[in-house]
Design a protein around this ligand. Structure first.
Ligand code: AMP
Length: 451
């Protein structure tokens, strides 16, 4: 990019935007803002990747608001800009940033799934200039004909890859169809541009887009120290967690679990230890989720136990520790989870506990980050599990899908062979009972978290 703007003033932004940025102490654009803003301001469609916490929200909000301030509306009745985000938390975060930039200059509506439809109808009757929404609810409003998108000037998809992962492709197409005209400018943000579905959707929605790739998601996040620890089973992971919470230095921490049931169970356990802990998951009402998020943001809780529902859109500067009690299924999700710490240049620590059930997910993260990950240990809490070796096709017997045990590399400490009674491939094993043969730990089978 030939142009280099040192400060936000150099972009020729409207003075009201500059004042709002000054007020927030923001002066110098981040890389993604530097690259994306001129492209958007020149009127191009944009497909951009940027790592979490890079300032991507302002990278689209500023040029979008500039366009709305400088041009006349195509339609008096229809919204001029629509911003879609995968989760309610992220949408809310975008809405807050938008408000802080334009005050009452524009009429803005926030339309989230799980909230009162009639209240939203009332908000739509006031003919908002800008709508921030989750895709499902926006599509519901289109179906109910409570809004039209013929006059839409800007369609912005934040974390498009995640929306597609959550199965929102039909809603995105529906929204695109409702606003399909030549004067629409479309911006699509994704954690990574190597996401086949994102590229396919981009081909449908974007018109000759410019591509901007800043710090693709697998790039090292220099402000976050990442550590990995092996865990044998649920009890062992809990012992590791207790130790970490007692010994790490942090103001607030977020702990991610695989299922809603685990979130509740772990939160209860930590509450019993008199740690100020809240659980947050998608089974809760939106009002309850908002209450917990506000209380956590105000520091009323030290620990937040949650599923992936909270991995995006939380902008909590006091969070300096993230623990993956379970590894996320998708490596992109790992990047988003750890991105809850190390925000805006602050430093953070992300610790992942890797048990037999996490092994495949762990290997995907390792491949995604493009580096060999080594494990750290806590004195006195070393477990037996040393990893799993991939199954070679020729060796695998029908019906035996479990990978063979990894015996450990030379010089990496003792690695015990699998106990003969246990299924091949497992050393330890959550939910199967602890390695010493004590009673199985009951773990409710639960749906993975989804919006
Ligand atoms: P985002 O990637 O949009 O989630 O932004 C992450 C954080 O960076 C937010 O707390 C923003 O307020 C902050 N931020 C965004 N742009 C800048 C900037 N140019 N300078 C300093 N902080 C910023």
């Amino acid at each position: 990019m030939a142009q280099h703007n040192d400060t936000f003033r150099d972009f020729g932004l409207d003075i009201r935007l500059i004042r709002a940025l000054d007020h927030q102490g923001l002066e110098h654009p981040t890389d993604i803002q530097q690259e994306a803003m001129p492209v958007v301001m020149a009127g191009f469609d944009l497909l951009a990747s940027s790592k979490t916490g890079s300032g991507k929200t302002l990278a689209y909000l500023l040029p979008a608001l500039q366009r709305l301030m400088k041009s006349r509306a195509l339609s008096k009745r229809d919204p001029r800009a629509l911003i879609l985000a995968p989760t309610r938390e992220l949408a809310r975060q975008v809405y807050v940033q938008l408000r802080s930039l334009c005050g009452s200059h524009f009429n803005i509506a926030l339309l989230l799934g799980g909230e009162n439809f009639n209240d939203q109808l009332k908000a739509l009757r006031r003919q908002p200039d800008v709508i921030v929404a989750t895709p499902g609810r926006l599509a519901n409003h289109l179906n109910a004909r409570s809004l039209m998108l013929n006059g839409l000037e800007l369609l912005i998809l934040d974390e498009a890859d995640r929306m597609l992962d959550l199965g929102f492709a039909p809603e995105l197409e529906r929204i695109h169809q409702a606003a399909d005209h030549r004067r629409r400018q479309t911006l699509m943000f994704s954690a990574t541009l190597d996401h086949a579905e994102t590229n396919a959707m981009a081909a449908k929605l974007l018109n000759a887009p410019k591509r901007v790739a800043i710090g693709e998601a697998h790039a090292e996040h220099k402000d976050i120290e990442q550590r990995f620890m092996l865990g044998d089973h649920l009890d062992h992971k809990q012992a590791l967690l207790d130790h970490l919470l007692a010994n790490e230095t942090y103001q607030q921490a977020i702990i991610f679990t695989a299922t809603r049931a685990d979130t509740e169970r772990l939160a209860e356990r930590l509450q019993q230890q008199e740690l100020a802990t809240a659980a947050l998951h998608g089974d809760m009402s939106q009002a309850e989720r908002n209450r917990i998020m506000d209380a956590f943001a105000k520091g009323q809780y030290k620990l937040l136990i949650t599923t992936d529902v909270a991995s995006r859109g939380l902008d909590l500067l006091q969070v300096s520790l993230v623990i993956n009690f379970d590894m996320p299924k998708q490596p992109e999700e790992y990047v988003h989870r750890i991105g809850r710490t190390g925000r805006a240049g602050a430093s953070g620590v992300a610790i992942s506990l890797v048990g037999p059930r996490d092994w495949d997910a762990f290997k995907r993260v390792e491949a995604f980050l493009q580096r060999n990950i080594s494990f750290s240990y806590i004195e006195g809490l070393q477990g037996k599990f040393k990893g799993l070796r991939p199954v070679r096709k020729a060796q695998s017997k029908p019906g035996n899908k479990t990978p063979a045990p990894y015996k450990g590399k030379k010089g990496k400490g003792p690695a015990k062979p699998a106990t003969p009674k246990r299924p091949a491939g497992f050393i330890g094993g959550e939910g199967l009972g602890s390695a010493d043969g004590t009673a199985p730990l009951k773990r409710k089978k639960a749906k993975p978290e989804q919006e």
